[in-house]
Structure formats: C-alpha cells, structure tokens
Design a protein around this ligand. Sequence first.
Ligand SMILES: Cc1cc2nc3c(=O)[nH]c(=O)nc-3n(C[C@H](O)[C@H](O)[C@H](O)COP(=O)(O)OP(=O)(O)OC[C@H]3O[C@@H](n4cnc5c(N)ncnc54)[C@H](O)[C@@H]3O)c2cc1C
Length: 406
Amino acid sequence: MQVIVAGGGVAGATSALALRRAGAEVTVYEAYTDPAGSVGSFLSLATNGLKALDALGCLEAVRAAGFDVERQRLWADSGRLLGDTPRGRLSGEPLRSITLRRGDLVETLRARAIGSGARIITGERLVGASRAGTKVRAEFESGRTAEADLLVGADGIWSATRRVLDAGAPEPTYAGLYTVSGVARGVDVGSGTFNMVFGRNGAFAYIPVPGGDVWWAAQVSAAEEPDLDAIDLEFLKDLYRHEEVPSALLRAVTSMQRPTLMHVLAEVPVWHDDRIVLVGDSGHPVGAGQGASMAIEDAVVLARSLEDAPDIPSALKAYDTARRKRVAKMVKSASGNRDAKTAGPVGRRVRNLVMPVFVKLFYERATAWLFTHEVAAGWAAPTLATADRVPSGHGAAGSSTGSSGA
Ligand SMILES: Cc1cc2nc3c(=O)[nH]c(=O)nc-3n(C[C@H](O)[C@H](O)[C@H](O)COP(=O)(O)OP(=O)(O)OC[C@H]3O[C@@H](n4cnc5c(N)ncnc54)[C@H](O)[C@@H]3O)c2cc1C
C-alpha cells in the first residue's frame, strides 16, 4: 500500500511511523522546510500520548529531547493555590508527562519516521487531490503531482485536505485568546512543576526547565482580534502587573516569540472518504494540552485499522468510528478549559471558589477516561528494528530532510 501524508508535523510524522509499521510505503510532503514552524513554542505530552509513542518505538527519543514534569499547580491571580495534581496523568501512573519544544518534538519524530523507511519531502504544499482510478492523486503548489492508495491529511488546523474532502467543511475561527511565549532566567520557581496562573487578563503558564531557564506562555483574553504588532514585552508587563510570579518572569525575559492568535474549529463532519482521511488538528484541534497526544493516538488507530480491515475504505470507516466519541469528549472538555482562561470578574470569582473543590474531589475521576486510554493496547511490540538507523536511499531524495528538517 502506498500512502501520501500531507503535513510533517506531529500528526504527519507519527502517521508515517505507524503506517510504516503497518507495512505501507510512506511519503510525507511538508509545506515548510523549518520543522519548528511558528505554532506552539513548547508543549507537553500526557500519558495517553506517551503510551502511543512507546508503541511506535520513540518514547525514549522524545524523552531525551525534553524533560519530565511531575506535577501541575493551578493558581488564582491573587496567588492562592487552586489545585495541585500530577501533570498529564493519574496519581500512581509511573509514566511522567514530558515537556519539550514543539520543533524538537517534530524533529525527533521526523528522524524516527525516516529511520523507519518513510520519505519526507519538504517545501511541497498540498493544494488539491482527485481520484485517479482506484488511486488518489495529490496536487502540490509547485505543480508536482503524486499518486497513492491513500492520502492522509495531517496538514493542521488550516488543512487543505479537509477542504478537498468537503468544500463546506468548517474553517477555524478566532478563539478569543492569543498567545505569546518565551524564556525567562534568574527567577526561582522551583522545579519539576508546570504552573498555570488564571490571571485577570488571561492565563499565564510557566515551567522551570533543567538548567535554570523558565519557559512561559501567556494566553491573553481579547474579545476582538488584536493587532499582534502592538503586543510587545512592555504591553505584557502591564497586562500581568497584578500577578506576582508572571510579572517577575516578564521582568526577567531573555527571549520572546511573536504572538499568535488561537483558533477553534467546529466539529468537522467529514473525516474521510474511501481514499482520503484526516488526522490530528486537520480534523480536530482539541486544545487543553492534548492536541499532540490526540494526534499521536490518531496515527496509531489509523494504522491498526488499516492492518485489521479487509480494505482501505472499511479501515477509514473503522478509524472514524473508533475516534469520534473520544475526540468529541476532549473538545468539550477543552472548551471548558478555555472558558476558565477568558472568565470575566464574576466568572473568576466563581472559578476560584469551585476549582479547588473540583480539583480535590473530582479531578482524577474526571480525567481517568483521558489518561488511561491505551490506543496501542494489544498491538505487537514494534517490528521495525531499523527504527534507530537512517537507511541509505530513504529520506534523501529531492528536497527531503533528515533530522535537521532544513
Ligand atoms: C500555543 C499552543 C500551545 C500548545 N500546547 C500544547 C500542549 O501542551 N500539548 C499538546 O498536546 N498540544 C499542544 N498544542 C497543540 C499541538 O501543537 C497541536 O495539536 C499538534 O501539534 C497537532 O499536530 P498536527 O500535526 O495535527 O498539526 P500541526 O502541528 O499544525 O502540523 C501540520 C503540519 O502540516 C504542514 N502543512 C500545513 N498545510 C500543509 C499543506 N497544504 N501541505 C503540506 N503540508 C502542510 C505544516 O507546515 C505543519 O508542519 C498547542 C498548540 C498551540 C497553538
């Protein structure tokens, strides 16, 4: 089976790995040459995503590119502790959440995909697709075309594949939040803990990194889309002047990324036809620190469906059935999470009263469905003994990339 994957981010690289494991010949076409892109300076992977990564044979490589995070603490703007839980897992679960730069994650996964025999061709943007007999023909902006038995749309929230599948598919809309992230140094915020401050103007996440830096990300609430050029460090300092730790971190900033608007997507009704399928953010940007983990789950479920089903159309149907309910539940939970970040004065007071009780009494019960789900359970151990080496002739053609992605 020949597979084209459009997009070489988390969903694309893990799909390539999973599909190689299912015996497919895989070529990934990625629009950009820079694996980091501009979205999501750092991210965390929760146990559900980590177990799926483990089945793909790359958990330790990803761990080596990041660091373990033991706990998460939630804070009110006043500095009052609202909750203290394990990060991205249930208590007692030995697998710890991993935090790393998105670019490092993508680079690690792409190197693994190439090592497993997938090709990755960068600088090729998918713009359309059509049927060619029993095959699907992908069309790229450069004029290049490619044919395969299956096209996997892993091209993110602005997916072109989604529009190919359904011209009436929803488009992303502004979420009422924008995000700015960066690095600070010289502020002691402990170690091993992800922190989220629910401030007056939005949330502020920070996480100490081994070595002394602190990674931070402000998620600022703004009803109207702001002029991103007007958002600089001085503006942020003023915005978070009431919150003690965020303002200390903003005074100690060593680097800051360009702000990015955050978007949401209504439920995508069509995830597949009989030769094209969506994975990751192209079908469901979920938010709540689960987007990457959900994309990795998708990749494993898609590969398993293709292994188990008698033909590709049945496999894509099985994939849709297996993923819909879980993803919908995640989207709903993420929407509540966003509301907590954009709450007005009254909402903030209610949140500050309710959250400590909820976290203490119900957090574990409310998140068990998420963290304990194992998409790879019963899947045989990785069969690709080649996962650690880059075979000659693969991933080296044309503008293909190795682990540098450049
Ligand atoms: C600020 C922020 C913080 C986040 N934090 C977390 C977190 O802590 N934990 C978590 O799990 N998730 C987090 N996420 C979400 C996570 O980054 C995404 O859900 C995840 O990266 C989805 O991966 P993806 O591969 O589906 O999409 P993307 O990462 O968007 O990758 C899509 C890829 O496709 C390429 N592409 C796009 N169009 C085309 C085309 N037409 N042809 C070819 N290639 C194309 C893009 O260049 C890109 O490389 C965060 C997101 C943001 C914005």
